[in-house]
Design a protein around this ligand. Structure first.
Ligand code: GRF
Length: 205
């Protein structure tokens, strides 16, 4: 079975979208572990309710606590095929990117390469999109490299925001497409249907 590690920091709606996709057998994968940088968050509760082992990213040395710089050993031991950043806010250390080149993906709630980079997360993104008076926004799933939100884009989904009155409305519309896009990309990767040719990512049918 294709094995995922899902990294989270927040409410966990994208983790739930993956779990739902597994339960309806859209995805033939298992979530072997969840890494979280907070003890108290919806995503951790969700993992616990599905009996998924959680590692806490922290400098403290307690049971199930781990330094992100040492995560690659754990992920290799667990035979993880793909690391999915689903709302994870910490930067992925270079050594992890080196061990898992093109095996770490991130979902970003805007159409990259716009509105990405350090500090561009959550409502910061949607506020910037709103203030720029954009007429479309969307979600991007990309490979993770050593620079925030910079890796090759795998797939994107657009939403019309011509008529929105607030950044919150943008967030709600984008989140809806995120929940379809992320399982879709995981499915394609797990089926080995993603190729990179001359730096461009292609999705096979
Ligand atoms: C999502 O909008 C995701 O794109 C971003 O952080 C948010 C996480 O939401 N990276 P959730 O925790 O999956 O509900």
């Amino acid at each position: 079975m294709f094995r995922l590690a899902v990294f989270v920091s927040g409410r966990g709606s994208n983790l739930k979208a993956i779990l739902d996709a597994i339960s309806i057998k859209y995805l033939n994968v298992e979530i072997s572990t969840v890494f979280a940088d907070k003890r108290e968050c919806g995503a951790v509760d969700l993992a616990a309710s599905h009996n998924i082992p959680v590692y806490f990213v922290s400098k403290f040395f307690k049971e199930n606590y781990i330094l992100l710089e040492q995560a690659s050993d754990v992920l290799i031991n667990l035979k993880i095929d793909l690391v999915v950043l689903a709302g994870f806010l910490k930067k992925i250390p270079d050594n992890l990117v080196d061990h898992f080149t093109n095996k770490i993906i991130n979902i970003h709630p805007a159409l990259l390469p716009s509105f990405g980079g350090e500090g561009m997360y959550g409502m910061n993104v949607h506020r910037s999109v709103f203030n720029a008076s954009c007429k479309v926004s969307g979600a991007s799933v990309h490979f993770v490299d050593k620079v925030y939100d910079n890796g090759k884009i795998i797939a994107q989904s657009c939403v019309d925001i011509t008529d929105v009155q607030s950044p919150e409305e943008i967030a709600a519309r984008v989140l809806e497409v995120e929940h379809k896009l992320l399982p879709f990309v995981i499915k394609k990767i797990s089926e080995n249907k993603i190729t990179i040719v001359d730096n461009r990512v292609f999705i096979l049918n």
